[in-house]
Design a protein around this ligand. Structure first.
Ligand code: ADP
Ligand code: MG
Length: 703
């Protein structure tokens, strides 16, 4: 048996279990051994029976004296009673509803038991203990005597199909039988960092001799995962540092003219961000910068400066938006600020293609796809804005020097790569996102990017008033909405679900879009224009609704979380979120960012029916903080990194994901990766590492 042996060939795993394991993503022996425990229970201390006290959980070892099955008066429940005796005394044992035990446990068996000592009308006894026969069967084969009791035992992530007890036995047997387990980390790294070698580490993470050993093993594996990711990222970065990019001179006069024409002053953060970006583009190496700024922090104008700079240097720039509406929005705003510089701008979205020539500053002409592509090819279009359709192979740029990607996590890493490998000179890349990524995550997952933050909001923008509303406050909140709409404003209502599913008819607490829509349009606000929006609607329909909302033809929009990130509806001033405790803080902050985009005072109401103290406390954080970064950091610590954008595409195992919050470990892994690459950039002396890096590359480029 080796690590790559298919799970179906492992003794004692039949077809049924093979299928169950497959569902858990386990198909090889390696997958099985890297299915790590969620936690451990310490059953390592054996207590003499004489010392047992009621109410506590103990582990005892002794001889089984008497074992028999009885039925309770209801006849339905099987009850097995037995007696266990050690040198110091004896105690009764009761097993409820496990009739099969009669077949496997016999009098005189030497046995280990772990369970709670209780006293009731049956007397004093150990209730439903975990059991294991000493020196028997599988355990003996595995070379270590005990698996389930009398040691620290692993508890695996919960599933309905596969019990921890079963996994424990199988994993132990497999651990003992896998002969070849090549060390994956370089020997010098093991020595320097005092890591447990792989084989021992696998034993210790499943069947630790002490909790300290379990932690050591877990540290090794977590480090290892982070190390691979960083090795890949840093290697890619070195590779890209060797390719050439167009040099775009930083023309201060043009930039001054640009900012002079804006109806507002740039914030210091915007200035700084622009400066970094323009400086990056002066270098003959491709820029790879992430501009992270809270909603409404004004990233678009910074991107416009970069695009202006590229065009003034004689090149083209492209701006990719995640949706059609956003592409159109960008087309409009970018045109407004760039046409005074006689720049031609095209919009390519998949349906309607538009072209703005400098002679038509506030208007566009519709042209055919082929005409537009022709203009893109011969540099007549200087800035091209669009959705994914921008990165189709049919779109050929004459002279592309800058790619701006808005809400970059919506684009796969692969798509980014595709754009980058388009031309001989690699264009500069600027990614923008309003999804706050905690620092640790940014460092790890976007470690190949330089990071620029915009943390200030433009002057004059009013703080959004945020309130966690208890059920009793609902009436008042509706009144506030009515008042806002009477003043000509608009409101969002977000619900966690689209509709009630058959599975959850009793789950009355959770609000659904369809029901809230009914209620609001019939009972609460019969006179208002109310519409709904959710993920089951066709794209066209959704876009139609968004457009109506944008143009003020809808008063209240009841929606699921699909409501677009980045869509600018300055006239919306109320964001009401139902079942707020069901969303992450960062996501709630995103919703809140849909309002407060203009001079009007805006409001965010968080409804929660949850009685949980922690849920309320978590929501209170939104009342207290208006910083997406702060909230994201809190979220990361409360909920773990699983919810954050971008983490999925790396396929990082859960146990390593948990470690992403561990800044120190991330730093160590980064250091280690750097050191290896400095010595051996092609990894020719580290075939296993090279394979790992190649794996990543393939996963990302072929996904
Ligand atoms: P985001 O960072 O969310 O993409 P936008 O770029 O869409 O934000 O900007 C939001 C709004 O703020 C736009 O209407 C924009 O014109 C305006 N804006 C940007 N910068 C400033 C500023 N420095 N002062 C005032 N308003 C600004
Ligand atoms: Mg934006």
């Amino acid at each position: 048996m080796t690590l790559s042996t298919p799970i179906g060939q492992v003794p004692r795993i039949g077809a049924a279990y093979e299928a169950k394991l497959r569902k858990m993503g386990i198909t090889t022996v390696r997958d099985l051994l890297f299915h790590f425990p969620r936690t451990y229970v310490d059953f390592s201390t054996i207590t003499p029976i004489r010392d047992l006290k009621e109410g506590e959980v103990y582990c005892v070892s002794g001889t089984l004296l008497d074992i028999k099955e009885t039925r309770t008066f209801r006849k339905r429940v099987s009850l097995i009673t037995a007696l266990v005796e050690d040198k110091t005394g004896a105690i009764k044992i009761l097993w409820f509803n496990q009739p099969y035990l009669v077949d496997s446990l016999k009098p005189k068996d030497e046995i280990y038991l772990a369970g709670k000592v209780v006293r009731d009308k049956e007397g004093i006894y150990i209730s439903n203990p975990v059991h294991e026969k000493a020196g028997g069967g599988l355990s003996a084969q595995a070379g270590k005597s005990l698996t389930h009791v009398g040691r620290i035992i692993p508890v695996y992530p919960e599933t309905i199909d596969v019990s921890s007890r079963w996994l424990r036995s199988i994993i132990k047997m497999v651990l003992a039988q896998v002969k070849e387990m090549p060390e994956t980390l370089p020997q010098e790294m093991l020595r320097e960092r005092n890591f447990i070698p792989i084989q021992k580490a696998l034993w210790q993470i499943h069947f630790p001799d002490s909790m300290e050993q379990a932690q050591q093993a877990s540290r090794r594996f977590s480090f290892e995962e982070l190390f691979y990711i960083l090795l890949f990222i840093l290697a890619e970065r070195k590779k890209i540092a060797q390719v050439k990019a167009p040099v775009i001179p930083f023309d201060e006069t043009v930039m001054k003219r640009f900012t002079g024409k804006l109806p507002f002053q740039l914030t210091d953060d915007q200035k700084k961000a622009a400066w970094y970006i323009l400086k990056d583009m002066e270098k003959p190496r491709p820029m790879n910068r992430l501009l992270e700024g809270d909603v409404g922090s004004g990233k678009t104008v910074v991107a416009a400066m970069a695009m202006l700079s590229a065009v003034k240097a004689g090149y083209q720039a492209a701006l990719l938006a995640p949706t059609e509406i956003l592409a159109q929005q960008h087309h409009k705003t970018v045109a407004k600020v760039l046409t005074p510089f006689k720049i031609t701008i095209g919009l390519l979205t998949g349906k309607t293609d538009r072209f703005i020539s400098p002679k038509l500053p506030n208007d566009y002409i519709e042209i055919s796809r082929s005409k537009l592509l022709e203009k893109v090819k011969n540099n007549e279009v200087q800035v091209l804005i669009g959705t994914h359709s921008l990165i189709q192979d049919t779109v050929k740029f004459g002279n592309l020097a800058l790619v701006v990607v808005d809400e970059q996590h919506r684009f796969g890493v692969k798509q980014r790569a595709r754009l980058l490998h388009r031309t001989t000179l690699i264009p500069h890349l600027l990614s923008m996102t309003a999804t706050p990524i905690p620092r640790t995550l940014a460092m790890t997952l976007y470690g190949d990017l330089d990071l620029t933050l915009i943390t200030q909001l433009p002057n004059g923008r009013k703080q959004i008033i945020t309130r966690v509303v208890p059920p009793a406050g609902r009436e008042k909140a509706y009144e506030a909405i009515a008042e806002q709409i009477a003043q000509g404003r608009q409101a969002f209502v977000i619900c966690p679900r689209i509709e009630r599913t058959e599975k959850s008819p009793k789950d009355v607490e959770v609000k659904t879009v369809k029901e809230e829509y009914e209620k609001l349009s019939k009972e609460i606000f019969p006179d208002l224009r109310i519409e709904m929006l959710h993920g089951k609607m066709a794209t066209k329909e959704k876009e139609g609704i968004m457009r109506k909302f944008k143009f003020g033809k809808i008063d209240v929009l009841v929606s699921t979380s699909v409501v677009e990130v980045g869509v600018d509806i300055p006239n919306a001033t109320v964001m009401m979120i139902e079942g707020a405790d069901r969303f992450g803080l960062a996501q709630l902050h995103q919703f809140r960012g849909r309002v407060g985009r203009a001079e009007h005072q805006s409001y965010c109401f968080l409804f929660s029916e949850s009685n949980s103290f922690f849920a309320r406390k978590r929501l209170k954080a939104l009342e207290e903080s208006s910083s997406g970064f702060e909230l994201a950091e809190r979220d990361l610590h409360i909920r773990g990194p699983g919810d954050f954008a971008g983490t999925k595409q790396w396929g990082i195992p859960d146990f390593a994901m948990q470690q992403l919050t561990n800044l120190e470990l991330v730093e160590q892994a980064r250091e280690a990766a750097k050191m290896i690459l400095e010595k051996d950039i092609t990894l020719k002396n580290y075939p296993l590492l090279r394979e790992k890096v190649a794996d990543f590359r393939e996963r990302l480029h072929l996904e």
